[in-house]
Design a protein around this ligand. Structure first.
Ligand code: HEC
Length: 160
């Protein structure tokens, strides 16, 4: 009986891990589907909907994506967002990921490089606001190519 219970627990744990991993591993994964929903309704996405299923890093990514999506039009029209981006997302290098492999010195340097690109965009003069925006999105993709390919197509659509 005891063994049966243990087996059941192991089974449940591995199933839920598999579901979470989909967001990075598969193009048709959960992240993409949900991100596509948020493409249509950027202001209605509730990132706290699955608070217990999401790692600190995944929640940060989701917020970053939703904020960028919501501000893309404004930026493309030459406006500037009120958000203090590099302050808001400064914990990226240290945020706890779903999987341990998404951490360590190489991940940290990608994240620090990303934060520099985010700062350049935020402080850019009007003349290079859009080009620094696109470089900052490219910087998302550079890290994702290495660590989390699933949402890349969705992220690419943020470019202007
Ligand atoms: C330093 C590397 C890195 C950078 C830079 C980065 N990401 Fe991520 N992103 C990740 C990793 C790793 C995950 C998986 C997180 C997890 O599951 O814990 C992730 C997950 C995501 C997800 C899925 C979240 C979920 O709910 O599962 C989205 C969407 C996302 N990132 C968008 C972006 C966008 C947009 C940018 C840039 C504006 C960006 N990312 C920049 C590494 C990065």
């Amino acid at each position: 009986m005891k063994t049966k219970n243990t087996l059941a627990i192991v089974l449940i744990l591995s199933i839920s891990t598999a579901v979470l991993q989909q967001s990075c591993n598969s193009e048709n994964g959960e992240a993409k589907t949900e991100s596509q929903n948020s493409v249509e309704t950027p202001n209605k996405v509730d990132i706290t909907r699955f608070p217990n299923d999401r790692s600190e890093l995944a929640l940060l990514m989701r917020k970053l994506y939703d904020d960028l999506k919501a501000n893309r039009k404004l930026i493309s029209e030459g406006g500037k967002s009120e958000i203090d981006w590099s302050e808001e997302f400064k914990s990226m290098p240290y945020a706890t990921p779903t999987e341990n492999k998404n951490s360590g010195p190489v991940f940290t340097s990608f994240a620090n490089k990303y934060l520099l690109d985010l700062r350049s965009f935020q402080n850019a003069p009007d003349s290079s606001h859009i080009s620094t925006y696109n470089s900052m999105i490219q910087s998302c993709l550079d890290c994702h190519a290495e660590y989390c390919r699933g949402p890349m197509e969705t992220i690419g659509k943020l470019k202007i």
